[in-house]
Write a protein that binds this ligand. Sequence first.
Ligand code: SF4
Ligand code: SF4
Length: 499
Amino acid sequence: MAENKFNTPQIREYPVIPALEKEATLHLAPFKSKEEFQSSLGYPGELVDNWQEKALDKMGDLLKKYRSLRVYLDSCMQCGACTDKCHYYLGTKDPNNMPVGRQNLMRSVYRRYFTLPGKYFPKLVGAQDLTKEVLDEWYSYYHQCSQCRRCAVFCPIGIDTAEISMAAREVMDSIGVGQKYCNEIIGKVHKIGNNLGLPEPALEDTLEGLEEDVVDEVGIDVKFPLDQKGADVLLVTPSADFFAEPHVDGLIGYAKVFHQAGISWTLSSHASEAANFGMFIGSYENMRKLALRIREAALELNVKRIVFGECGHAWRVAYSFLNTLAGPFDFLDSRYPVPQHICEVTNDLIDKKVLNFDKSANDDMTLTYHDSCNVARASNMGGIMGGQFSIPRKIIKAAANNYFDMDEETIKEKTYCCGGGGGLLTDDLIELRVKGALPRMEALKQVVDEKGVTHMAAICAICKSQFSKVFQYYGLELDQIVSLHQLVGNALIMNKKEV
Ligand code: SF4
Ligand code: SF4
């Protein structure tokens, strides 16, 4: 582990609201995007000369386009119910990481330029000019929000700070101040098809290697098809699934499920990425362009269904927006929802008794489950109330004997972010990521100590990557995070000896 230039927060037995430390994380700002990546996304390469005028124009556009933004900026009562609900505030103690503090950074500018009292009596209504100093604060603190929406669950009027963060990032991109991590990744997907910039031959090699691994493990010729025309299912999955632990074990699990159920499926080299970072930067245009790749691949491969792998925000984009962004999908089999989550597919096959498990295969683990924010608070599964909570748990319990939930206040709709969502999963923000993980680490440590939990399962590529990194800061091992379909793959009874 690299030497810390910061202190990892102490795990507390009884979490309390921390005392404020003003500007504790003002210094934490991600690297800025280079000119080439800015321009490939249609943004200016660097801060434009008349940036203030342009930023206010953009803000005005967004206020017209998204009525919710104006409502959120107008209606906060400053009641304080959200103040201690953000993991970044709890981990950093910075008041600007309180959701209301974060909102006020934009609200003060909104009041100054878009409301009458703010124009004439700025000091009386907490309005401030959009100066370079304010812009720098925006850059820091709107990149210290993982857009997890936990605060919105507790706000009595449902103000969604995530939408304010997205709008702020969109304004900043429009004047040439974009974030390196997100914008480079979006550029790679536009150009190559996935976040990793993994070209088709490398992907083909990787999949062949996985086929060999599975034959060695179970003696069955489980296929990992690529660009297979006429397959029933197009699987769109995060590119992390192609190579990194524990993600790849999840991909092996999906392949075993399809094989055992006799469902023909394929990956696509054109749409070899489920992630859609367009959402993180608040850009509908980029989000749409990325989503269209999936439609093009489905048409090209003539599939009947589209299924998403384990990726939290990708499922949010798919569940909430895929039909609007890239629909209609009337060329797919109307007996299946568009899109479907891999957990819905597996759950359905369990209900139909197509899949059977030897749970003892996971007896070396005592499990808990981390609800990923975007799945928990911005999507559903199975078309049933709370399906996004019950279905993953049901699958884990079908595949493993030992399971305990973490504290009720930290799971399901109240789940804490892993600390790396919303486009913050970058090493230049490691201090923020470690500190923001504190509330989840505290809840996890509690079940580790009290219930003997050894592993945490998740269905989000960002969560899995984030935990693999930050566990070590809290005295846990990186392999204590597992993919949900890794458990499925371990325990699935595969009854056809084919090799
Ligand atoms: S959306 Fe999440 S990260 Fe952003 S302010 Fe709210 S609780 Fe914090
Ligand atoms: S809970 Fe809602 S109304 Fe209250 S301070 Fe927070 S955002 Fe404003």
